[in-house]
Design a protein. Structure first.
Length: 168
């Protein structure tokens, strides 16, 4: 496996490239009175030009209660079918911006909430990555598959994967 660390714009582009097709990330918050994290699937609304990741969520959720006590999170994306994995440690900001909520709101999003988009309990979560690590393949799935088969047959190690830090 080769290492490919990326910085600034390249790191943000890699973040977008990996997150956009996956969409659903597992957002892990810290809980009080337990050593375990609270993990929930969240639909990504946007990765902005600065590399911030945006979500809509409810003020009535366990996630919100946890974030009021500790704003640091871990966000995990996984696409095993394409051998793509992403781990992000981040800080968060909780916001209420009706214009941005309107921008993200659609029928699919509405199905997750019992309320309308104007409800003050609909919040934005801005995830600001502090550090990120990714794992993926160097080529498309088919080429990677054949390289893995060839490696298994010949015993020769083929460099089919890469990983690296994303410094945003």
């Amino acid at each position: 496996m080769s290492i490919e660390n990326l910085q600034n714009k390249e790191a943000i582009e890699k973040l977008k490239e990996m997150i956009n097709p996956i969409d659903i990330g597992m957002l892990c918050t810290h809980t009080t009175g337990s050593k375990h994290v609270h993990a929930v699937p969240m639909s990504t609304q946007e990765v902005d030009e600065d590399g911030n990741i945006w979500f809509l969520f409810s003020s009535e959720s366990d996630t919100h209660r946890n974030l009021l006590l500790d704003k640091s999170i871990c966000l995990l994306y996984s696409d095993p079918g394409n051998f793509q994995f992403l781990s992000i440690h981040a800080n968060t900001e909780i916001l209420r911006d009706q214009e941005r909520i309107n921008q993200y709101w659609n029928k699919m999003v509405q199905s997750w909430f019992d309320k309308e988009k104007e409800d003050p309990g609909i919040l934005l979560l801005k995830v600001v990555p502090a550090e990120a690590h990714y794992w993926d393949t160097k080529s498309n799935k088919l080429v990677t598959f054949f390289k893995m088969i060839a490696s298994g047959i010949t015993g020769e190690e083929m460099d089919t994967a890469r990983s690296g830090e994303l410094k945003i």
